[in-house]
Ligand binder design. Sequence first.
Ligand code: HPA
Length: 307
Amino acid sequence: MAENITPEEYLKIITDASNSVKSRIEAEKQLSNPRVMIICGSGLGGIADQLHSEPRIEIPYPEIPGFKESTVPGHAGKLLFGLIGPKKVPVMCMLGRLHFYEGYTFQETTLPVRLASKLNIETVVVTNAAGGTNPGFKSGDLMVISDHINFPGLAGYHPLRGPNLSEFGTRFQPLSDAYDFELRKLFFNKARHELKLTRTIHEGTYLFAAGPTFETRAEVRMIRMLGGDAVGMSTVPEVIVARHCNMRVMALSLITNTAVGEEPPSAFEENPKPLDEGMASHAEVLETADEASKDVQKIIEAVVNEL
Ligand code: HPA
């Protein structure tokens, strides 16, 4: 999909994708009208384990017209339709998201959200792995996102750039209340009062950096100055498109590493600190996600059960 694709061409891609998916799910009555989209972040695909074992329908991305393949380790690359929680809420799980840094355009990375809108899904629950830039955050903490900084977006790399898709939403989409207040309250109630989780839960601002490199120390200090509590390479484009489609959004970051913002060791010092202290790695991201994923799964189930 070229960057300068026309709205007509993009709308056709969205329609083809949704027709293809509809034809696969309509035979299974309980799954044919999913209510919630759940986007599973790095290492958080275990959310799928919360779905009832049947009925389930799996559709690998290559079988959906217009969908790109997920190329990142820890991202499976399929849509999974199933039921979640005691109330058996029908959901569409995105197992393996598509990132801008993989070389995909924003139209490609957010196509699944447009598809969800075409399926009349009204709520999107987004999860991600993120680096903690707030000095008070530690690895394994959770952060409910209450606001974001679209860093590439402010410089012109924006998912809504180009002619407006007016059948979905408005040209000048407000984002001051992008992260649904009631859903955030529901999350805290479930996590604290019902599930009584002891894991630390923050609320804060997520800064979207295009990646794929992890941030330099100077960039981490800049993100702190800008008010970013956590930094990651996803979520914001999907949230913006979901809001453009008038879907309600809840988003959750699992802090998989604490971003290093201290000055690098000076080569002029007699006994400099070791260079690799605190260096971020994808292996660390997946390890922390694996360790914390059970809690994330439980909360997502409890929240989605009420939707
Ligand atoms: N930076 C950006 N993205 C991330 C990080 C990070 O430190 N950790 C997990 N995703």
